[in-house]
Design a protein. Structure first.
Length: 117
């Protein structure tokens, strides 16, 4: 796997953000963890990502608002509460309801990155 593959993890829950970051780093990804939309947006204005995990409910906005910067086909949206209609309107294909199955998350991110190779 290419060591330069970069993954954005946008999650406001600090413990889950750390778990996802460690899991993905162990898989060989470079991870940019962000706890807010603002942090993630500032990063995405200067960097590109090969995959993203986007939480929907954040203190400063909605992770769905970043789909134009992360590419909807390489973004895994996660949320405890979001309507399927809202996901469909946003074009979301990949979604996991919280609590997350971490092995499944890692597998999906690996699939996104492999598809880019």
């Amino acid at each position: 796997m290419d060591e330069n593959r970069q993954v954005l993890v946008l999650e406001d829950e600090a413990l889950l953000r750390r778990c996802l970051t460690r899991l993905l780093e162990r898989s060989g990804h470079r991870v940019f963890p962000a706890g807010t939309i603002q942090e993630a947006r500032e990063f995405l204005l200067t960097e590109t990502v090969d995959a993203a995990i986007l939480d929907v409910g954040l203190p400063d906005g909605n992770g769905l608002d970043l789909l134009d910067l992360t590419h909807v086909d390489r973004s895994l949206v996660v949320s405890a509460e979001v309507s399927e209609e809202r996901l469909e309107k946003s074009g979301v294909t990949y979604f996991q309801r919280k609590p997350l199955d971490l092995a499944c998350v890692a597998s999906q991110i690996d699939d996104f990155v492999t598809a880019r190779d």
